[in-house]
Design a protein around this ligand. Sequence first.
Ligand code: ATP
Ligand code: MG
Length: 357
Amino acid sequence: MTTAHRIALIPGDGIGTEVIPPATAVLDAVGRRHGVSFGYDEFDWSCQRYAAEGAMMPDDGLDRIRDHDAILLGAVGWAGVPDHVSLWGLLIPIRRAFRQYVNLRPITVFDGVRSPLSGARPGDTDGGVDLVVVRENTEGEYSEVGGRFGRGTDGELAVQEAVFTRTGVARIADYAFDLATRRRNHVTSATKSNGIVHTMPFWDSIVDERASAFPGVTWRSEHIDALAAKVVLDPSSFDVIVASNLFGDILSDLAAAVAGSIGIAPSGNLNPEREFPSMFEPVHGSAPDIAGRGVANPLGAIWSASLMLDHLGHPEAGAEVLTAIRETLRTGETLTRDLGGTATTDDLTRAVLDRLA
Ligand code: ATP
Ligand code: MG
């Protein structure tokens, strides 16, 4: 029996278009071993499209991908097109329409990758670093509520409101605690209730409430500033970190960057209820400085495909892909330039495919 999945591909701009083919090649290869097949529909939604047609995607774009099982995105962004265009013209509409309220960012330090981060004790794998940042993806500090007043006067001021809802905080906390039960049963909640005196105490109290439904999971609350320092100084003390939109954004980029190359880091924008497609994308951007040269690291996209396999109900296949990534890095024979090697995107993809065979 074969399970068939329909995937919407949005390669996007720059190296986005170079890392998606490696990801689909890996999906096809691992799928064959697990009785899973993938059909792909490709969409040219990108800053290039914006330059030609004035919109990142067509008016009915969301309807065209609504019935797919998942979305795999490369990267969007290009010189001359302001960041807010790709964000508000594509990424945010998709996240909101499809209720992708979880942003999932796993971080490990694979053997063979140089990183200042290490929590390793003798016998540990992955440098002793194996944590997941669960970022709230739809509300919080990134809101449109606010404005600028008294423009041009001495009294000019800007107000930006953060909006936290009981539903929004409870569901991200539930996701984090539930994820912890499938990992090492620990959650750290990022707060700043000493300085942000309305929303953060609200966040803290709801996390505390939800924790009682997960008696097997221990948890602690830490101020974001101290927490950020600890991710660098003592990363092995974390399992799952749950954070608001802004805190999670900063924390996940910080952790991914110090863990090695941003070229490896994956992410998932999840609709845990599976009412709508979830979206998987490498953390890196379109990297105009290396685009078109065939030297981009495809592992961020390939690891994102592994997260997609987990989400689609094929965790064994997802784990096999992660093992292939880990083993390929460990040998250190086929590394792209961002990892200190000379391999091309194709070379590194081939090395991962060979491990899967
Ligand atoms: P964006 O605004 O789209 O997020 P950015 O400029 O913030 O883009 P990236 O596009 O991720 O960030 O590029 C940051 C740096 O990391 C660049 O020097 C780029 O070449 C490098 N880089 C990013 N992704 C990769 C990759 N997959 N392989 C190799 N190098 C990469
Ligand atoms: Mg960026």
